[in-house]
Write a protein that binds this ligand. Structure first.
Ligand code: SF4
Length: 559
């Protein structure tokens, strides 16, 4: 497989995109943003009626959901301009006043691309939102058409990493991955190359790679964003993994409710087969692998890797105790490499760029970047990608989720199973080891800001009730522990708690950390234990019958 040949083949379909003298209009939006299709239609018909020729790109979301549809216009001789919240009327205005009249309507633009700009308009590089980010896994999200493989190849160098990997051979691929320092993004950060090496070494007639592309945490958006906006990047990482470990089968597990993600992934697989790997194998390297898509249910327990394997075997989605590890005996007893979707997107980046490039980003022991979703910010919920080593405070101030002087109470990192962070801890550099040392998790990368007026008894009571609803019920400590903790917290919230209840909460929480089979039960008490440490006075005032010092407003509504 020769990427230059692939690029040349794709290029003929993207001529207008590559010409310096053509107008380019890109409409970026999440699939359920109904205005996205309307705005796209307005540009298509408006440009046709005006007689102007332009390349129009229907892109996926960039992750700035409340600002979408985002329209980027690149006019020859002008810097690229990005307009937020464009509707049909605005699309008409941009055609009339900018594309025909030459007035770029600067007052409605958000920022400009590249080094040049207009007097009153910031460049992307001037904005904290972009300065804090380094987009590797999300690089093409919102930039390319996710339904056209040509757009991925020409606009995002899609499959150039696979081409390099196939030239290297499996052993060299694993060595390069090891040099990149990539750690798996789905859990505690196990070195990805070690997992691949173990799978590669296992002698077996059949090996399988499973991509966990489910956002188990309902407020995380990583899987959805990648699948809807850049499914080819995920496929590229998956193919590299299959090649390196010698897998004949790949399965991508997608949340059954994400119909657009499922459709785009199916289409991407079909186009990849025709375009990138025609036939059953790649001439010269003997590599062939089958790829299936499996819609599965979401949920905290169902997303655990052993539960996912049981789902794929047609059994109830219940985690089981390892060993044996799936890399030795997984799906149907066969060696199975399970990789989180973000890890595979990073794999594609390692081979599209280089292991040195990847390892130069982040910290020495947590290389690369992390995708995080803020459940609220100055622009509503958003998904961004930051280098490891960035602090939570930098993320909060850059996205406007909190200004430097805002009296926020805490941040919950990692979704419903995540600990609370506050005060100076918000300035700690984010990396796997620092987070683990603090007894916390990065988990889904979800970041909830808790307002200064929030009551932590109420916050934790809601979170624990949700976690209990997600327990599969197999372990007594998880099934009964989450129920007991939720009940105790509710009774404290209702003014019926006692000081002994606080001791009991702590004891229960600590026992759950060691007595459960999977990460759900082991991490379920993180929010309560961290809140008891950081905000003891909130709990004390409730059990002493004093008015709640925190007030009645909740900072982070739970689903
Ligand atoms: S810890 Fe909870 S979710 Fe995990 S296996 Fe045990 S009961 Fe099920």
């Amino acid at each position: 497989m020769d990427f230059d040949l692939l690029h040349a083949k794709a290029k003929s379909d993207c001529e207008a995109l590559l010409k310096d003298d053509s107008i380019k209009v890109r409409v970026s939006a999440l699939s359920d943003n109904s205005a996205g299709a309307a705005v796209l239609g307005a540009f298509e018909s408006g440009l046709k009626n005006s007689g102007l020729t332009a390349a129009i790109i229907r892109a996926g979301s960039m992750g700035y959901y409340a600002m979408e549809p985002l329209v980027t216009i690149e006019m020859p001789g002008h810097p690229g301009l990005v307009y937020p919240n464009v509707d049909e009327a605005m699309a008409d205005k941009l055609i009339r006043e900018y594309l025909i009249g030459g007035d770029p309507c600067i007052d409605t633009a958000w920022y400009s691309l590249g080094p040049d700009t207009f007097d009153t308009l910031p460049r992307a590089s001037d904005l904290p939102l972009f300065r804090v980010q380094q987009r590797i896994a999300l690089k093409n999200c919102g930039m390319i058409d996710p339904e056209r493989i040509e757009s991925s190849i020409v606009g995002g160098r899609g499959y150039s990493g696979l081409s390099r990997a196939l030239e290297m051979g499996p052993e060299q691929v694993i060595r390069q991955l090891s040099e990149s320092g990539l750690r798996s993004r789905g859990g505690a950060g196990y070195p990805t190359a070690q997992k691949w090496e173990l799978t590669a070494r296992t002698q077996s007639g059949e090996k399988i790679v499973v991509c966990n592309a489910v956002d188990a945490d309902p407020r995380a958006r990583t899987a959805r964003l990648l699948l809807e906006s850049d499914p080819h990047r995920v496929l590229e990482g998956l193919l590299i993994a299959a090649f390196a470990v010698g897998a004949d089968r790949c399965i991508v597990c997608v949340d059954q409710a994400r119909t657009t993600a499922l459709r785009r992934l199916e289409r991407a697989i079909s186009r990849m087969r025709d375009f990138v790997l025609p036939g059953d194998s790649t001439p010269g390297c003997g590599f062939s692998t089958d790829i299936q898509v499996r819609p599965v249910q979401d949920g905290l327990a169902a997303g655990e890797e052993t539960a996912l394997l049981r789902t794929l075997e047609g059994r109830q989605a219940m985690p089981y105790l390892r060993e044996p590890y799936p890399v030795e005996r997984g799906l149907g007893g066969k060696p199975t490499l399970i990789q989180n979707i973000e890890t595979l997107a990073d794999v594609a980046a390692v081979f599209q760029e280089s292991s040195q490039y990847f390892s130069s980003i982040g910290t020495s022991r947590s290389t690369g970047t992390k995708i995080v979703t803020l459940t609220d910010s100055a622009m509503g919920p958003c998904t961004i990608e930051v280098p490891f080593g960035t602090s939570l405070r930098q993320i909060l101030t850059s996205t406007g989720a909190a200004s430097e002087n805002d009296a926020i109470k805490a941040v919950q990192l990692g979704g419903a199973l995540g600990s609370y962070w506050s005060g100076d801890a918000l300035d700690s550099p984010l990396d796997f080891d620092a987070v683990a040392k603090a007894g916390a998790i990065i988990g889904s990368g979800t970041i909830d800001v808790v307002a200064s007026t929030a009551c932590m008894v109420r916050e934790t009571a809601r979170t624990m009730a949700y976690t209990h609803s997600q327990s599969c019920g197999q372990c007594v400590f998880c099934r009964e522990g989450t129920l007991q903790m939720a009940d105790i917290l509710k009774s404290i919230e209702d003014g019926q708690g006692t000081p002994q209840d606080l001791t009991l909460l702590k004891e229960l929480g600590e026992q759950m950390q060691v007595g459960c089979i999977c990460g759900l039960g082991r991490n379920a008490s993180n929010p309560v234990l961290s809140a008891l440490t950081l905000f003891q006075s909130d709990f004390d005032s409730h059990v002493q019958g004093l008015p709640c010092l925190a007030g009645s407003e909740s900072g982070a509504a739970k689903e």
